[in-house]
Ligand binder design. Structure first.
Ligand code: LLP
Length: 463
């Protein structure tokens, strides 16, 4: 999540404060296609449109703040991942990034599988008709009730994350007279280059069973010995928002080595490996994500090479992209409220949402970009911090960015690339009402998750 320091001289002020921000774009009205979803353009009047609808119309019909999700972009990204990996591999969309019944239907139609990690996600998936055999069930502390539901629904795989769970799932499966297909999640010991809170393959964290001290080999021994389990493979997820393929390559190599050790010890060649999700997307113009076909080629080359060296049959590969599919497909639309220029510092632009609809800036120091979208402007760029309306000074949506100096209350601004982990991590802090998600496609917009209402708040508060 690094970004270069300001490389060029400021154009709008004599002095700019310390900070990590890029020079303002030559044209603040230009839309960098890396960070906006595919059908986003500006119309003749300068207003941003998505799926052929202007933001002014969207704001009028659905209000702000709101997330607008470009359905055809979402579907295109699903297809790009499925095509890149081909018929001999499986793509599981990671539902934690954003899940709703409409999304489940799109995934089902586009041929993707689904990774869920809670009873709530499982319910949403099953309710919207995702076939259970296309669902993988994850989590480091699945409850007995969740495991029961997953087993009885017939999920395609449960990813085992601890020794207790190996026994728990085996007992539950046996009680229901089934052999549950399972994978074991291993911790491969890779330091992924990402924020500490979203790195998961180093040893000192809660996920998976470590390869390094023989724990993973012991987990395999136990899983193979239990009648209720059908061990189909090994799983590794190294973290999230990663650009460098080196971590995935090390992970793939170590997972294949484990398969070779399993073959040598037990005479069994496990048929599958899952390399997790975690591929980075562009939040700002400085980010350069890989395309799905490059990722697929890099992963399949390394697995094939390592398997040849170990004289193993190449296992079926699966991956679990969440952010890389849904992240770029949505933007958050806000209305500008108050504007406070702080001399010698920056201008604080307050919007009608904040950390309750995007906690990522506060939690991970995430970087976002922002644009004035209800009109174009030829005014000079001004350095801004886009903040929310919550009672907290860390309530920042975009830490450092440039907007035109004639920005005024009532203008609409949009933050792109908010499809992943924004609505799914949204909160009711300060009794904020969580914004709706509106799907836009071919000139039509429809609410797929409605805005929360004050009645919703009062309904939960039983008095
Ligand atoms: N598979 C497993 C086992 C995972 O734990 C995750 C994400 C994924 C797949 C999908 O990762 P993705 O492709 O979306 O990066 N809230 C954080 C991200 C947490 C990711 C948790 N696990 C954020 O907003 O950056």
């Amino acid at each position: 999540m690094s970004r270069s320091a300001h490389p060029a001289g400021p154009r709008h002020a004599d002095v700019l404060p310390e900070g990590h921000y890029s020079a303002p774009a030559d044209d603040l009205n230009a839309l960098d296609e890396k960070v906006w979803s595919r059908t986003v353009t500006r119309d003749a009047d300068g207003a941003l449109t998505v799926g052929g609808i202007t933001v002014a119309r969207l704001a009028e019909e659905f209000g702000t703040p709101a997330y607008f999700l470009d359905e055809s972009d979402f579907r295109a990204r699903c297809r790009a991942w499925a095509d890149a990996f081909g018929p001999d591999a499986d793509v599981f969309y990671a539902g934690k990034a954003f899940l709703s019944r409409a999304v489940v239907r799109w995934l089902t139609e586009e041929g993707l599988n689904l990774d869920v990690c809670s009873g709530g996600e499982l319910t949403t998936a099953l309710d919207a008709g995702m076939p259970a055999e296309r669902i993988a069930f994850h989590g480091n502390n699945k409850t007995v009730a969740e495991i029961e539901r997953a087993v009885t629904a017939g999920v395609g795989r449960i990813v085992l994350d601890s020794f207790q769970e190996i026994v728990r799932v085996a007992h539950i499966a046996q009680r229901h007279g089934v052999r549950q297909r399972v994978q074991i999640r291993v911790t491969v010991g890779v330091e992924a280059h990402t924020h500490e809170f979203i790195a998961t393959a180093h040893e000192d964290q809660k996920f998976g069973i470590a390869l390094a001290d023989g724990q993973a080999a012991e987990a395999v021994r136990r899983a193979l010995s239990l009648d209720g389990l059908d061990l189909i493979g090994v799983h590794s997820h190294i973290g999230s928002q990663i650009f460098d393929m080196a971590g995935f390559e090390v992970s793939a190599r170590r997972v294949v080595q484990l398969l070779a050790e399993i073959r040598d010890e037990h005479g069994v060649e496990l048929p599958e490996i899952d390399l997790g999700g975690g591929l980075g997307i562009a939040y700002t113009s400085d980010d350069d994500p890989r395309e799905p076909h490059e990722i697929a080629k890099a992963l399949s080359d390394i697995v094939t090479r390592e398997c040849e060296a170990a004289k193993l049959r190449t296992p079926r590969i699966s991956v679990e992209p969440g952010r890389a599919i849904v992240g770029p497909t949505a933007f958050t639309l806000y209305e500008v409220g108050t504007i406070k220029p702080l001399a010698g510092l920056r201008t604080y632009v307050s919007v009608d949402g904040g950390m309750s609809d995007n906690i990522r800036t506060a939690l991970y120091d995430a970087e976002y970009s922002v644009a004035l979208v209800s009109r174009t402007s030829d005014a000079e760029p001004m350095l801004v911090r886009v903040v929310g309306k919550h009672c907290e000074s860390g309530d920042i949506v975009v830490k450092d960015a440039f907007l035109p100096a004639d920005l005024a209350p009532g203008d609409l601004i949009a933050v792109p690339a908010t499809g992943a982990y924004c609505r799914s991590m949204a909160s009711n802090y300060n009794h904020a009402l969580r914004p709706p998600v509106v799907a836009v496609r071919d000139g039509e917009a429809r609410v797929i998750v409605r805005r929360e209402t004050e009645e919703d708040l009062l309904r939960l508060d039983v008095g």
